[in-house]
Design a protein around this ligand. Sequence first.
Ligand code: MLC
Ligand code: AMP
Length: 474
Amino acid sequence: MLLSSLNPHAVAQGADIPDAVTIADTTFSRSDLIGAATSVAERVARADRVAILAAPTPTTVLAVIGCLIAGVTAVPVPPDSGTAELAHILRDSGAQAWLGVAPGECGVELPVIPVRLHARSWHSYPEPAPEAAAFVLYTSGTTGPPKGVVLRRSAIMAGLDALAEAWAWTANDVLVHGLPLFHVHGLILGLLGPLRVGSPLVHTGKPTPQAYARAGGSMYFGVPTVWSRIAEDPESARALSSARLLVSGSAPLPVPVFERIAELTGHAPVERYGMSETMITVSTRADGERRPGWVGVPVAGVATRLRDEHGGDVAHDGESIGGLQVRGPMLFDGYLGRAEATADVWTEDGWFKTGDVAAIDADGFHRIVGRESTDLIKSGGYRIGAGEVETALLGHPQVAEVAVIGAPDPDLGQRVVAFVVLRPAADVAPEQLIEHVATQLSVHKRPREVIVVDELPRNAMGKVQKKRLGRAAQ
Ligand code: MLC
Ligand code: AMP
């Protein structure tokens, strides 16, 4: 199945697929999808880079595939982005237009190239060079605004083919998920995966247990929050027993959720580990062991190693922990326009430093223990930088000081909690500060809780002691 193309024409050489993509009550056959997306390609082909407001809609699907056909770099933008985040992504990416729908005012004006759902074209485009950038995906760091992760076409192809091999994913599968279309999980694995493999996709809209149960697929993708909600709804969970593979990723799957899903569905979930920068590098296999709390073995083409804080080797004994470093053909090219930040995440001998702490056992099984920095929060599978939320809150006129942490949460894994010192005589409710972040950044980055304090705990150097705040938030 080694197609040298990301262009869905390549898979289309076989029979048509009547239900290639179903999303928001629209079903496209494979030929329909290609005709409509090629018509988008014709309209967008003269651009280098365009922004796509990536709501889960047919428009987004056609916009993304149109870019892939034309060889235009796509910048997917969270549809709930606030004004500060929108303006940052547009300026930083250098997007020349919106393809499809434009959001409200954010201070950066771009022309809009329409996506017409009923237009068709049968023009044929050659496959762009494998090193051409397919996407710039924006993702949070520990400090500063999100950085643009540049993913080339060959990385995506290698990443998807490695997963198809690990999961025995074929055209006989029907993939179901309801994940957002602006990150690796929902967009690259969840939309481009089915197109490359030739398996139909059903996007459920919101990933509710009932919607997953109704969809009747053979493969399901979800973040742990989705699986834990399914585990609490036995009737929906039992409907998934007719599936072949239930896949969890983007955050740690709690062992009790793993066990409950296995009990209710008869399927031990497949866990896989990845990042925006690396796609998926480690996974349990369709034909291999599935061990709760462990994410499996490197996928095809990937090598991993553990390093201690001095760069020394760490034993693969299943107990010793170290910084996880990875190598493989699915890794990104760098952060857009940030040579220094890019250099920081690579070792001198060419390994990518994931920032995750892990253990590896003698059989090559990986366990993710946590992150090196407490300033990267994972909430509902979304990566959120404490620094960007702090900057947004400090932008509020009544806020004097702030510290943001990720507190343990039974539903979201971690929830964003902000400790805030207000200016003298300030009169603002926590809900207004939450709303401020939701409108500046994205709704999913908003603190779920704002705690007003008189002062923040600091050490002798004046640095905020976030560990002490963490204990206060539990
Ligand atoms: C609440 N809402 C507000 C609001 N407060 N809206 C505006 N302003 C406010 N202040 C509304 C929301 O709009 C939404 O409305 C509703 O409240 C619920 O929002 P939520 O609480 O934020 O969502 P929730 O249901 O908790 O979402 C859970 C979830 C979501 C699991 C569905 O977190 C999710 O989709 N996660 C996926 C993240 C992901 O794909 N990560 C992959 C990264 S790639 P309404 O009407 O819309 O319900 C990666 C690599 C790898 O990690 O390894 O995969
Ligand atoms: P993102 O860039 O949003 O893709 O987030 C990547 C981060 O998600 C990784 O660095 C990990 O911290 C976390 N992650 C992804 N998959 C898993 C998993 N299966 N188990 C634990 N953490 C995970």
